[in-house]
Ligand binder design. Structure first.
Ligand SMILES: [Zn+2]
Length: 295
């Protein structure tokens, strides 16, 4: 990719990250993700309510120049601002590269197909980032976010098949050659539906047996949407990894005294981190792992 395109993508990502901050910080569980008040009205300081000017709204730069404080009242601004902006910027930059390595697009429309596929996955990850932030802040994943992710998954399966993205089965899998370990259907649509059903039922069972203590219904729906997006068997390592990350983080939180055994820990962020790890590093990680255990 030319440097100028990379720079544009990164800046576009920063802008979307800034937008995502506004929506997720305005969100409250009594109204949906798409409530119009999340999208209208000028941004203001959460402490002194001063309306922010354009030069206080520049992603990353404003926060750094103001040393993380409001220019008027000098109170601290949440570190969520620069973290989410940077994360979104890097997503816009790196998702197209993963997509290019992973899926096959051939013919004269190659660039359009690559662009369309990257766009769909960027949208998916923006909503995953929203789920991550809102679950940490409110212990809930909005239905509207999960429904959007289901819709994005259906669009991806349809458009992906049309563009021939899955024509090389092993290349199109985040698990590469290791996907052959799992028996699967020859139909791409069936594999994606099966991934959704397995993820949904497995997490639903955990929800029921833990009486909602291990995770909430929001996590069950999120896992179902991801099962549809990633398909079978790619959803399997995402599920496993979310438990491993959840266990490690919970132990650290309890050991460091930040949480008590009885405290609630949102599970959504673990699912989102596991998804990102498999998306960005999936095949490489598995090769390293199987290399270590000597397979
Ligand atoms: Zn202020």
């Amino acid at each position: 990719m030319p440097l100028i395109v990379q720079l544009l993508l990164f800046c576009l990502g920063l802008a979307f990250g800034s937008f995502l901050n506004v929506i997720t910080l305005r969100y409250s569980p009594d109204r949906g993700f798409y409530h119009k008040e999340h999208f209208t009205g000028r941004s203001h300081c959460p402490h002194c309510h001063k309306i922010l000017s354009w030069y206080e709204l520049i992603p990353l730069a404003s926060y750094m120049i103001q040393l993380g404080r409001c220019r008027v009242c000098q109170k601290r601004l949440t570190v969520q601002y620069p973290i989410v902006e940077l994360t979104s910027g890097l997503m816009f930059l790196y998702i197209p590269l993963v997509i290019k390595n992973l899926f096959t697009f051939t013919g004269p429309n190659y660039a359009w197909y690559w662009g369309a596929a990257s766009f769909i996955w960027i949208v998916a990850f923006l909503f995953l980032l929203a789920a991550f932030i809102i679950d940490i802040r409110h212990y809930v994943i909005p239905n509207s976010v999960n429904i959007t992710l289901f819709a994005v998954s259906i669009i991806w399966i349809g458009i992906g098949i049309y563009m021939g993205a899955f024509s090389d089965v092993y290349k199109a899998s985040f698990l590469k050659q290791f996907s052959a370990v799992f028996p699967s259907f020859s139909s791409i649509v069936l594999n994606h539906i099966f991934g959704a059903v397995v993820a949904l039922l497995f997490f639903l069972a955990l929800f029921i047996f833990s009486r909602g203590r291990a995770m909430g219904m929001g996590d069950v729906k999120l896992m179902g949407a991801l099962g549809l997006l990633f398909g079978w068997p790619d959803i399997v390592p995402i599920m496993l990894l979310s438990f491993i990350i959840g266990a490690v983080v919970s132990v650290v939180l309890i050991a460091s005294g930040k949480k008590k055994m009885t405290d609630k820990v949102p599970f959504g962020p673990f699912i989102v981190i596991a998804t990102a790890i498999i998306f960005f590093f999936g095949a490489g990680l598995l090769s390293a792992y199987f290399g270590i255990i000597g397979l």
